[in-house]
Design a binder for this molecule. Structure first.
Ligand code: AHR
Length: 501
């Protein structure tokens, strides 16, 4: 099959040019990789679980079995493949038995605001959420303050179909059938909030704890070891050297801070052009980290059996004024849309090793899909990027040369179900981008052509104007094998076309 190639050129924002561009970039020769899952992360943190997802069975807010219907409906639309739960830092102080049965036992959520965690949302409610979303389970176990027996019992409670004690307890709590747990994380940030461990100590504990993550069902549980903090390559080296044969995945956490400094993160809105560029520069560091971590993994696992799981990523700003600093509630603008598009593109480029990436977090925390205010709900610019990228999930990625559309753009192209999907982001604050593609075959029907654009870079949705930033139709020209469209400044678009042979 002939490879397609993209072409692009810049035009001024005011007078975007419609001419063809002479510049031609070739597609890279790397083989297409398997699919990527755009996972979500939901922690017991601030208003993510309580209010964001769970309103309880006697709430006046519309819900089904205690889970709000508006949020589920929005999340189903973007085809959430999996939800990582219950944390985060919370996972290493979570004792699952307090969150099952009729007598829930409250606890203090020491990491996140010191509030009382009622434990009303527990294992059964989590699986109800997955059922409503039609998503897979990614449970994060407690190594920091939990025991091997506790982890072992939780696995038995969830996944064993027999008369064993924990399976019987589950049945007494109203669930006859075992659930399926696809992924299980053994500890979270064990180098930090999860126990402040050194890598060799954690590697030994990982080997021990994972032994008791038994597979009772037919499909084996994928075991995920706690991986590095950003560019801590020594952590990856030690984990791969000492425990690779016992893991299916190794995680990586990297958050985008506008300045790269925890002490001076900056606000989610009202930022300067400098902060825009710095934020995008910081987020592009994901590429370099994936390259280096993958290189280390390649030495121990050349067959790429162990996945690199980016199980926490996204922007982290100062909390919104007047909100609890422990709740990590922040607005979400067109800058976040860019961050989302850039990272999804990077993950696809590393698809030979990166098979799952879970944005932090799903509702009301950090770079959220959804914000709520009591009964009101809005979707964010980040949500719209996930909507635009839906068809790339589990599709055949078609490699493109880095910077194929120019230095201020990002691109993902994939093929699935007889159609090509092209997603492009224009990160320039001032210039439009004319993108032109020649696909390897005649282009048939235009199945989708939408753009996420805004008047200002910090445009965002509010509860009074929830549709201020939303997807609009995009004008596309199709001619033979060619597809052309123009992207305004700071915009993301997706075009999906049938392959007519
Ligand atoms: O997502 C918020 C926190 O960030 C998580 O609890 C933790 O794993 C990370 O440090």
């Amino acid at each position: 099959m002939r490879r397609p190639w993209p072409r692009s050129c810049r035009s001024s924002a005011a007078t975007p040019s419609r001419r063809w561009c002479s510049h031609r970039s070739s597609w890279s020769a790397r083989a297409p990789d398997a699919g990527l899952s755009y996972g979500q992360f939901a922690e017991h943190l601030g208003r993510c679980v309580y209010e964001g997802l769970w309103v309880g069975t006697d709430s006046p807010i519309a819900h089904h079995n205690g889970i709000r219907t508006d949020v589920v409906q929005a999340l189903r639309h973007i085809k959430v493949p999996l939800v990582r739960w219950p944390g985060g830092c919370f996972a290493d102080e979570y004792h699952w038995l307090k969150g099952v049965g009729d007598e829930r036992q409250p606890m203090v959520n020491t990491h996140w605001g010191g509030v009382i965690e009622p434990n009303m949302f527990g294992t059964h409610e989590y699986f109800e959420l997955l059922h409503q979303l039609d998503a897979e389970a990614y449970i994060n176990g407690n190594v920091g303050s939990g025991s091997v027996a506790e982890m072992h019992d939780w696995i038995e409670y969830m996944t064993l179909d027999s008369t064993a004690p924990m399976a019987e307890l589950r049945k007494r709590h109203g669930r006859e059938q075992a659930w399926k747990v696809e992924y299980f994380g053994v500890g979270n940030e064990s180098w930090g909030c999860g126990g402040n461990m050194l890598p060799l100590h954690y590697a030994n504990l990982y080997r021990q704890y994972q032994t008791y993550v038994r597979t009772y069902g037919e499909a084996p549980i994928q075991k995920i070891a706690c991986g590095a903090n950003a560019d801590d390559y020594e952590w990856t080296e030690v984990l791969m050297a000492r425990a690779a044969e016992h893991m299916d995945g190794l995680s990586l956490h990297y958050y985008t801070l506008p300045t790269g400094e925890w002490s001076a993160k900056g606000a989610a809105t009202g930022f300067s052009d400098f902060e825009w560029h710095e934020t995008l520069r910081q987020t592009r560091r994901m590429d370099e980290m994936l390259t280096h971590h993958s290189r280390i993994m390649d030495r121990y696992d050349p067959a790429k059996r162990v996945s690199l799981i980016v199980d926490e990523w996204g922007t982290w700003y100062d909390v919104e004024k007047g909100t609890n600093p422990g709740f990590l509630y922040q607005q979400n603008t067109q800058r976040d849309a860019m961050v989302a598009a850039i990272n999804l593109n990077i993950f696809h480029r590393h698809g030979a090793r990166v098979r799952m990436a879970n944005i932090a977090q799903m509702v009301n925390v950090l770079q959220s899909m959804i914000l709520t205010d009591g009964a009101r709900m809005l979707t964010t610019p980040t949500y719209h990027v996930f909507d635009l990228y839906t068809d790339h999930q589990d599709a055949e990625y078609i490699p493109t040369a880095a910077g194929a559309l120019g230095a201020e753009s990002e691109l993902t192209v994939s093929r699935k179900d007889g159609a090509f999907t092209i997603s492009a982001a224009n990160t320039s604050l001032t210039d439009g981008l004319d993108a032109a593609f020649e696909l390897p075959g005649r282009v048939g029907e235009v199945l989708r052509a939408q753009v996420l654009a805004s008047d200002t870079p910090d445009a965002h949705n509010t509860f009074d104007a929830p549709e201020a930033v939303a997807l609009r139709d995009l004008d596309v020209q199709v001619d033979g094998a060619q597809v052309r469209f123009t992207l305004p400044p700071h915009a993301v678009a997706t075009v999906r076309v049938a392959n007519a042979g």
